[in-house]
Design a binder for this molecule. Structure first.
Ligand code: C2E
Ligand code: MG
Ligand code: MG
Length: 576
């Protein structure tokens, strides 16, 4: 027996394709056809009729309305083409052509020559329908091309991040179960750095081509879409799987395709990837959150040493971070974010400035340290708000301090890259400088090295603009972010802050000491002044002195303190 369901599905698919891109509901087309048929029927009946119709006691011959009704019919035909594209054009042309033999018969058999005008109008209408349809098609083609460009990653030809989010949103609206896996190539930068970006691009395009072919042939047994999220990161959306095993099978197939050898210009390249995945609706309910969960799992896969990792949350962790989130939002709203100042000295123990460090008060009034709330704020996208609060408050205090004491010391504030990359960051800095009265030369912005490496290109312009204003830049936590010498050489900074971890190890063996000495000399060669963070012991200070460090920050000479204590310290140092 014939599979009726299959035939029905075929018809439905065909109708879907036929009606793709139409702007009105299908019922509208039926109504337009009906109105058009009525108009034709009316003109047929009245063109030779002697009947009258009375409007406001005025007798109007029915025949005189024929032209108006016929024009109305033609308008229906044009509307069909405009709104219903191909189906509309087919119906219109069939109806218009159908009229021709009917009118011709009227002219030649019944000698009704008044219909000649109708015949001409019919041909004109056919011409307009063809023109409209052609025009519509061109606009459609143009729109399709634009849409393709907006939703395709140019390098790999895969759907891009925008297309991925669109599909995720649609699936979420349909409330269907699906999974999204994030695939990040391991050490891909190495291919780019050693063989050139051109080869790197060919490798990415080659992998994408393989995946597309696999996807087209529907070999996985599930319904998949692989998309490019930018650079060497991809997202795979998997639907219509019946078990976890089927889902993992599909992800594994994509992983295996990626790991197959790629030959470019006679050289073989091998790539591997870290993969994390999350499921809707189990793990998250929005596209953004799902991708974030899959990315978290992807990073976690590295720690756990597995290739494919499913997203899972430690219930305690989730609860803790939710509590912290509430606390941060509350503190931001009610002024619970404040700052303390840690003094910095030159190597002769002369006060040179202060670093403003954020603190937060919890609802019980206990102090929370930034090590606990800054990472959560970074994840939530709130860190720029914290930076801003600390920056504004500390600059206001410092401006007043300068006016009252005439100190020439510097205020350093920590700036997250997220904050730095905000469009209005420069305006904010200008505004803070003018309202606080701190001269640009007495302000320093600290940017963490590890984060800078990923976003350096975007941030460079902004950093140059800041330096043009006369503000100094310090590279914070130096040594923790694997920066290369060429990166350092081109980086527009004034100060290098050697991370505490190096200072801690410095005196444990000779090689650690040599290491810090090397950092300091390289910093000097590149025209940076060098400050060491976290100096706690006199031995560390002696060593730093002997290897030429310029400035010192640490508990040995000063812990983070309240603004009042900072003012007293400035007064004392000025007296001395
Ligand atoms: P950082 O900018 O490297 O700040 C130095 C940190 O080392 C401070 O910790 C300081 O109290 C601590 N420290 C200084 N000397 C010593 C020492 O001799 N011994 C020990 N054990 N610690 C010392 P804190 O205040 O907990 O800040 C931690 C990190 O939080 C900062 O590291 C910075 O990365 C971040 N942070 C602080 N305030 C802000 C802020 O306003 N915005 C942003 N984005 N990050 C901030
Ligand atoms: Mg700092
Ligand atoms: Mg630091």
């Amino acid at each position: 027996m014939k599979d009726r369901g299959g035939v029905r599905q075929h018809i439905r698919d065909y109708m879907d394709r036929l009606f793709y891109g139409v702007r009105g509901p299908r019922l509208g087309l039926v109504l337009l056809i009906l109105v058009y048929t009525l108009c034709v029927f009316y003109t047929e009946k009245t063109s030779r009729s002697e009947g009258m119709v009375f409007v406001a006691n005025q007798a109007i011959p029915l025949r005189s309305l024929t032209g108006a009704v016929s024009s109305f019919g033609n308008i229906c035909v044009f509307l069909m083409v405009v709104f219903y594209k191909k189906p509309g054009a087919i119906v219109s042309l069939v109806s218009l052509f159908y009229q021709i033999p009917r009118i011709l018969m009227g002219i030649f058999l019944a000698h009704n020559y008044t219909s000649t005008a109708g015949l001409v109008m019919n041909f004109v209408a056919i011409g307009i329908v063809i023109l409209l349809y052609h025009n519509n098609k061109q606009i459609d083609r143009y729109q399709t091309r634009l849409r393709m460009q907006a939703t395709t990653d140019m390098l790999t030809g895969l759907p891009n991040r925008f297309a991925c989010n669109e599909l995720l949103d649609t699936l979420i609206k349909q409330n269907t179960r699906f999974a999204v896996a994030v695939l990040n190539l391991n050490n891909f930068k190495r291919i780019n750095n050693t063989m050139g970006v051109g080869t790197g691009n060919q490798v990415l395009a080659g992998i994408a081509h393989r995946w597309r072919e696999f996807e087209k042939q529907k070999l996985s047994g599930t319904r998949d879409l692989i998309t490019c999220q930018g650079g060497d990161e991809f997202a795979l959306i998997v639907r219509e799987y019946n078990s976890d095993e089927e889902l993992i099978n599909t992800i594994t197939r994509y992983k295996e395709l990626l790991e197959e050898k790629i030959t470019i210009d006679g050289c073989d390249y091998y790539t591997t990837a870290r993969i994390g995945y999350a499921e809707y609706p189990r793990d998250a309910k929005t596209a953004e959150a799902l991708l974030a969960c899959a990315s978290t799992a992807m990073y976690e896969s590295k720690n756990r040493g597995t290739d494919i990792m499913r997203y899972s949350v430690d219930a305690n962790d989730a609860e803790r971070s939710l509590k912290m989130e509430r606390m941060i939002r509350d503190a931001l709203e009610h002024g619970g974010i404040y700052y303390v100042l840690q003094p910095q000295f030159d190597i002769t123990h002369r006060l040179s400035g202060f670093e403003a460090l954020a603190r937060m008060r919890d609802p019980d009034g206990n102090v929370v340290s930034p090590g606990d709330f800054i990472p959560v704020a970074e994840k939530l996208g709130l860190v720029d708000k914290i930076d801003r609060a600390v920056f504004r408050q500390s600059a206001e205090y410092f401006g007043k301090l300068i006016r009252e004491t005439g100190t020439d010391s510097t205020l350093s504030v920590n700036i997250s890259v997220r904050h730095l990359l905000k469009n209005d960051f420069l305006d904010e800095v200008r505004d803070i400088l003018s309202t606080s009265g701190v001269p640009a030369g007495q302000l320093e912005l600290e940017i963490t090295e590890s984060i800078m490496i990923d976003s350096v290109e975007k941030a460079l312009q902004c950093i140059n603009d800041i330096r043009d204003m006369g503000i100094k830049i310090a590279i914070d936590d130096f040594g923790t972010g694997y920066s290369s010498l060429s990166y350092l050489n081109n980086f527009p900074a004034d100060m290098l802050k050697v991370d505490k971890s190096f200072i801690d190890r410095m005196n444990s063996n000779e090689s650690s000491k040599k290491y810090v000495a090397a950092i300091i000399s390289i910093g000097h060669v590149m025209n940076f002044t060098v400050i060491s963070e976290g100096v706690e012991e006199p031995e560390q200070l002696d060593t730093l002195r002997s290897i030429g460090c310029d400035y010192i920050q640490g508990f040995l000479w000063g812990r983070p303190m309240s603004p009042e204590n900072a003012t007293s310290l400035v007064m004392e140092s000025m007296k001395a």
